[in-house]
Design a protein around this ligand. Structure first.
Ligand code: ADP
Ligand code: MG
Length: 503
């Protein structure tokens, strides 16, 4: 082991059916350091932590701890015993027990506990860590932030050497975050190694010493905070080198800043229950625009709010300048909005139904199920779109689940085009499909726009966004943080807007 390291994970592999979540990842944590584990959603952060804490067994690899050398961690109890503690976002304490009981639960052996001593000990620990709670107080009467600190105090008092905080700050306000950071720094000074998972870049730069970046289950690298400015961090997470940014020319009609016409769709202060900040957004007739940002930044949540797919909590929406109410997908559909969801397996295809039935589904919903299309009508719709989009299927009768991903995607697209929408929203329409279909879909988007349809496009591939969109709305940490059009449309501008700050 390296000098000063409290923990070393080497060559960790972990697969789930169909997913290689970790592929040979190395991770080293030193004494008295706060180490950020970064990566887009799905990069493998939580899996690495679950391997470390014994929630998942690893397929391959080794874990070393200071003073013990290689260790076997088969259960969360093993991890605890070895001084590895985790505080999850959802607090796993008992709300109806006292603070002290929560701190010592499961540790005092037998029934014969010395309550007085337990309370004094708890108060001493709380005081030394500057946590505003009393030993005898019921846990439920403490704020979430304080409960989290108590969970940390519990972990630390169990003599933890490695403390893991997986997205601990998501539900805290600024002051609470500050308090948590003070506690983290205090623990760092006592020699605890802290692994900090967060998607808030500001917080990483405020409190961390080192950053390890993962992407697609692989280690990208380990960096000292001072050597990795924010834009570089974003480029590492996205997997784009900053100096390899040959700019892609858009093929869409350039955005016209002086166009005074009323937007086809406009939202002000729109907010849903999916945890995004209220946002403003509009799209003009024949425009292709997009939401960009890291995976998990809130792109999908914004379009789901527009379509009424998540519960809308506030804001106003206008179509062609007239205020409308969109509370559910059917309202959106009746207003001429169509939405191709990100996860077509969950929200999109009905696997057991035929290609034809899948294609006519949205139009049938609009018409009402009590007035079904005749077989001949349905067949005509399906045949037209199978031809138009070049869907490769034996027939319209074939169950959609037997088609390739790309062809399924085209069928879902056909479903929405059949409703003749004014405004089409495509969330990751080209993910996981072959390059030929990808290009077909990009071309189709541009063609539809040239015929007057408005299209909002989300893609994790920024090249694809630059090729199709004339205006990009940039998201960070579930908030709209910028808008790019014209000359500003470039990889480097996207990355620096995502990165924010002044580093
Ligand atoms: P992160 O925490 O960085 O967002 P995760 O470690 O949660 O990423 O996920 C990494 C990959 O492993 C993802 O593709 C995810 O879908 C997959 N994955 C995670 N947990 C499971 C599981 N229990 N079963 C199947 N796949 C999983
Ligand atoms: Mg995670």
């Amino acid at each position: 082991m390296k000098e000063k390291a409290v923990l070393e994970m080497r060559n960790i592999h972990k697969s789930f059916p169909g997913v290689r979540a970790l592929q040979g990842v190395d991770f080293t944590l030193c004494e008295g350091e706060i180490h950020a584990l970064m990566g887009e959603n799905g990069a493998g952060k939580s899996t690495l932590i679950k391997v470390l804490t014994g929630v998942y067994g690893k397929d391959e690899g080794q874990i070393f701890l200071k003073g013990k050398d290689e260790v076997a961690i088969h259960s969360p109890q093993d991890a605890q015993r070895l001084g590895i503690s985790t505080v999850y976002q959802e607090i796993t304490l008992c709300p109806n027990l006292s603070v002290a009981e929560n701190m010592f639960i499961g540790r005092t052996s037998g029934v014969c506990q010395n309550w007085k001593k337990m309370n004094t000990d708890a108060d001493r620990i709380l005081q030394s860590l500057d946590i505003p709670a009393k030993a005898t107080q019921q846990l439920a009467s403490c704020s979430i932030a304080v409960q989290q600190m108590i969970a940390i105090a519990r972990a630390v008092d169990m003599d933890c050497k490695v403390l893991i905080l997986d997205e601990p700050t998501s539900s805290l306000d600024e002051q609470e975050v500050e308090k948590l950071f003070r506690l983290m720094r205090d623990l760092r000074a006592r020699g605890v190694g802290i692994i900090f998972v967060t998607h808030f870049l500001d917080q990483v730069y405020e409190v961390c010493d080192k950053i390890t970046v993962l992407r697609d289950g692989k280690l990208v690298g380990e960096y000292e905070i001072k050597d990795l400015p924010r834009v570089k961090l974003v480029s590492k997470m996205l997997g784009k080198e900053l100096d390899d940014m040959s700019d892609i020319k858009g093929e869409s009609k350039p955005y016209d800043k002086d166009d005074q016409s009323a937007p086809v769709f406009e939202a002000k202060g729109l907010v849903s229950n999916a945890g995004i900040k209220p946002f403003n957004f509009y799209i003009k007739k024949g425009e292709v625009n997009g939401f960009t940002g890291l995976l998990g930044s809130g792109r999908s949540e914004c379009v789901r709010a527009i379509f009424g797919a998540d519960r809308v909590l506030g804001g106003t929406v206008k179509m062609d300048g007239k205020e409308v109410k969109i509370g559910k997908p059917l309202d959106a559909m009746k207003n001429g909005i169509a939405y191709l969801p990100e996860d077509r397996k969950v929200d999109g295809i009905v696997g057991d139904l035929s290609v034809r039935e899948n294609i006519i589904l949205a139009l049938q919903v609009l018409k009402g199920f009590l007035k079904p299309f005749t077989k001949a009508e349905a067949n005509k719709f399906a045949e037209d779109y199978i031809k138009l989009l070049g869907i490769k299927t034996a027939s319209a009768d074939t169950p959609i689940k037997s088609l390739s991903g790309g062809n399924q995607q085209k069928a879902i697209l056909a479903r929405w085009l059949l409703t003749d929408p004014k405004y089409l929203i495509l969330d990751e329409p080209t993910r996981g499909i072959d390059i030929g279909t990808k290009i077909d879909i990009q071309k189709l988007v541009l063609k539809l726009a040239s015929e007057g349809m408005s299209v909002t496009f989300i893609s994790s591939e920024t090249d694809e966004m630059l090729r199709t969109c004339s205006r990009l709305v940039v998201m960070r940490d579930r908030k709209v943080v910028g808008e790019l059009s014209g000359e500003e449309l470039s990889q480097s501008m996207i990355m620096s807007t995502i990165a924010g700050g002044d580093k």
